[in-house]
Design a protein around this ligand. Structure first.
Ligand code: SF4
Ligand code: F3S
Length: 283
């Protein structure tokens, strides 16, 4: 499928032409692997470079900033003051239950996020760790990791963009909706943007015809697998996983986990990693 971001986000030609002021974005990383930020920078629709040059001003990112140390940390507070109520706060990673696990420049990252969220126009929880706790919160959860929603007050305007990592276009689409429309897109009951998370991976899977005719691969090397049959018997979680992997996908819609020959392990659902399928020895 060819994804058209302007259509999905309902950005008219007029709106695009009148785009003048860039929206400031702060991107704070908590307990993460940086995979979400890596995913974000390979966006095609729109490209990450176009997003950065035309629509948003990435004012703080400890991973993507060219400067470091006091320069970049000092800028974070200055930006919060300067753009109160105007900036988008993105949070990648789960929040450690104890500050001893996570400090940057001697400061509690948890307190930094609470402070930045207080003055943000909108908060975007980027990735499954930030949305649900993710890998850091997997048993035995040594750091007492929690999702970002657990440290923010009720009523904080927040969208969850789960995935391990999330699709680049989904992260940027959520941010750009705020940029163009001044608010988060419509969310489902789990606070995920409906425009990206309302269809199961199974529903748009190219192997679904084989599911319907009950033609299943039994191993990763049998004839059924080679014929592109359904991976359900190999533990595929596509039927219970809501994400845009088989509609938007990665790298200009040319790849996805199932498209690459793997069953879905439900990386964008609550409870991942503990509740993934048994492919890697999980529960
Ligand atoms: Fe559904 Fe998975 Fe089979 Fe695709 S491979 S049809 S998502 S069960
Ligand atoms: Fe994750 Fe399944 Fe998509 S493993 S990337 S939700 S196909």
């Amino acid at each position: 499928m060819t994804y058209n971001w302007l259509e999905t986000l309902q950005v008219s030609e007029e709106k695009l032409k009148s785009n003048a002021k860039k929206t400031p974005v702060l991107y704070i990383a908590a307990q993460d692997c940086t995979g979400c930020a890596m995913s974000l920078i390979v966006s095609n629709e729109p490209s990450a470079s176009s997003t950065l040059l035309d629509f948003i001003s990435l004012e703080y990112s400890d991973l993507l900033s060219t400067s470091s140390g006091f320069q970049v940390e000092g800028n974070k507070e200055a930006i919060i003051e300067k753009y109160k109520g105007e900036y988008i706060l993105c949070v990648e990673g789960s929040i450690a239950g104890c500050d001893d696990f996570l400090r940057i420049a001697g400061k509690s990252v948890k307190d930094d996020i609470i402070h930045a969220a207080k003055h943000a126009k909108a908060v975007v929880a980027v990735g499954s760790c930030s949305s649900w706790g993710g890998i850091a919160a997997a048993a035995p959860n040594p750091t007492g990791a929690v999702p970002v929603t657990e440290i923010l007050p009720e009523g904080t305007p927040i969208a969850l963009v789960p995935g391990c990592p999330p699709i680049a276009e989904v992260i940027l689409g959520t941010i750009l909706h705020v940029h163009f429309h001044g608010e988060l897109p419509e969310l489902d009951k789990k606070l995920r943007p409906k425009m990206f998370y309302s269809t199961s991976v199974h529903n748009s899977c190219p192997r679904k015809p084989f599911f319907l005719t009950k033609q299943f691969a039994e191993t990763y090397n049998d004839e059924g697998f080679k014929n592109g049959w359904c991976l359900f018997k190999l533990g595929c979680k596509g039927p219970t996983t809501f994400n845009a992997c088989e509609t938007i996908g990665w790298n200009g819609s040319i790849c996805s986990p199932i498209g690459s020959g793997n069953a879905c392990i439900g990386c964008s659902e609550k409870g991942f990693w503990d509740h993934r399928n048994g492919l890697s020895g999980g529960k």
